[in-house]
Design a binder for this molecule. Structure first.
Ligand code: C5P
Length: 228
């Protein structure tokens, strides 16, 4: 196995307003967790898959993921996303030196091509993430007033999977932990070490399901495709 996928699903997903943790919310009759895991497993570059789920939900997740190929382990996550990723990293086989792909369970429509491209770019350069251009003009706002207009041509939204070589990711997350720094993605932890992070083309379909509007979009997408 030269690529290990870590599916982070341990968030509570409060912005979605559901009573269950977000990973167990269904879209088109299947949970976000199962859809995301199946999507990762379809990518040729993925050798094995670790799901990181909310405390107390391991058995439920194992049941939900029954039959998903390449599943290596289901473990409990931590307080922050980066703590959950560290829990996932502990499941890597002894002597593993390949690429780790960290993917949000909240992105169930990721395409295998994006997964494979991110893995290949990270194998070559150390780290790589999918991005999409930002189409709105972006402002910095302080105390209710615009203080700056950013150069849109340089701005991109980061998606997942975030691909980082195993040793580099471990070091980056441990240093962030030691320095008491919270990062919102793995690339930010690598950037702190000064390492390059390459970009590959993401896709609007690889959208993160965060709000009830996102969920409605996902249902429409699946209905339009005959509920895949
Ligand atoms: O909160 P945010 O939308 O950035 O979460 C992105 C992903 O990280 C989600 O799939 C969520 O389940 C996961 N996460 C996690 N452990 C946490 C917080 C978030 O696995 N403690």
């Amino acid at each position: 196995m030269d690529t290990l996928a870590i599916l982070v699903a341990a968030g509570r997903g409060e912005r979605l307003g559901a009573s269950a943790p977000k990973a167990f919310v269904s879209v088109g009759g299947q949970t976000l967790l199962r859809r995301s895991a199946s999507a990762l497993a379809r990518a040729g570059s993925v050798g094995a898959l670790v799901a990181v789920v909310p405390a107390g939900c391991v058995e439920q997740a194992r049941g939900d993921l029954a039959g998903v190929p390449k599943l290596l382990a289901v473990v409990e996550g931590g307080l922050r996303r980066q703590d959950s990723v560290l829990e996932g990293l502990k499941q890597a086989p002894d002597g593993f030196t390949g690429v780790v792909l960290v993917h949000d369970a909240a992105r169930p429509f990721v395409d295998a091509a994006i997964v494979d491209e991110a893995a290949a770019a990270a194998a070559e350069l150390g780290a790589a993430i999918p991005v999409v251009p930002i189409t709105d003009t972006v402002k910095r706002v302080v105390d209710g007033l615009v203080v700056q207009t950013l150069d849109r041509s340089e701005l991109f939204a980061a998606q997942t999977p975030q691909a980082v070589r195993f040793e580099l990711l471990g070091r980056a997350l441990e240093e962030a932990f030691r320095d008491g720094v919270t990062v919102t993605d793995e690339a930010a932890a690598v950037e702190r070490l000064g390492g390059p992070v390459a970009v590959v083309d993401g896709h609007p379909r690889n959208r993160k399901i965060t709000t009830p509007e996102d969920l409605a979009w996902a249902e429409r997408l699946l209905a339009g495709e005959g509920a895949a």
